[in-house]
Each structure stands twice: as C-alpha cells, then as structure tokens.
Design a protein around this ligand. Structure first.
Ligand SMILES: [Zn+2]
Length: 114
C-alpha cells in the first residue's frame, strides 16, 4: 500500500517537451495535458486524485485479505458505512453474492494516527 506522501512524489507535476514545446505532465508518465488545455494544473490535480482513488480501491476479497489488520474501508454502495476490511472480507465469504465491493480504503495502520 503506497502512502499519500509517496503517491504525491510519484505523481509530481513535471514538464515534458514535445517538438520543443513544453507540456504540463505527470512524473508517472501516464498523464500529459493537451496542447490546448487552458488549466493544466487543475487537470493534473484531477489526475492525481483519480490515481489516488484507484490506488485506494479494493475490488476483490483477495485484496481485502491482503490489507493490514484494522484497515477501515467504505463500500461504494450508496449509504454504506465504513467497516473494518477484515469484517467486510468475512461477510463476502459468507455472502458471495452481496455487492459490498468495490470499496474505498479510508485508513490503514500504515497511514498513522487518525
Ligand atoms: Zn501521474
């Protein structure tokens, strides 16, 4: 599980030159602003947020089981409450047809104090 600090380092804004023209880009290499983008910094922030959300999304019971103990997740389902990842994984094993996944990781012990 990557930390927020590492995520921000991995997705730092950078400049990429194409045919000598500077383009706002992400250090990860997965994103670059279009030449006509008037708000590249905001678009980059949206990319960083999307990448963070994806990095914190759990889609399978196997991913739930791999999380550290006491990790708190929130299923994407409307009006669902945050639960311990281990409880959600146990529930998924008991009810394989439920739709609690995907879920967003809200906190892990690796994130530090609340
Ligand atoms: Zn990036």
């Amino acid at each position: 599980m990557t930390s927020l600090e590492q995520h921000l380092t991995d997705h730092a804004q950078s400049t990429r030159y194409i045919d000598g023209a500077p383009h706002c880009a992400c250090k990860c290499g997965a994103w670059m602003a279009d030449a006509d983008d008037r708000r590249p910094t905001q678009a980059h922030r949206a990319h960083v947020a999307d990448a963070w959300r994806e990095a914190r999304t759990v889609r399978t019971v196997e991913e739930l089981d791999a999380l550290p103990g006491l990790t708190i997740v929130k299923p994407f389902a409307p009006l669902s409450e945050a639960v311990l990842a281990s409880d959600l994984a146990d529930d998924r094993l008991d009810n394989p047809d439920d739709d609690d996944l995907p879920a967003l990781i809200l906190w892990t012990p690796e994130d530090g104090a609340l």
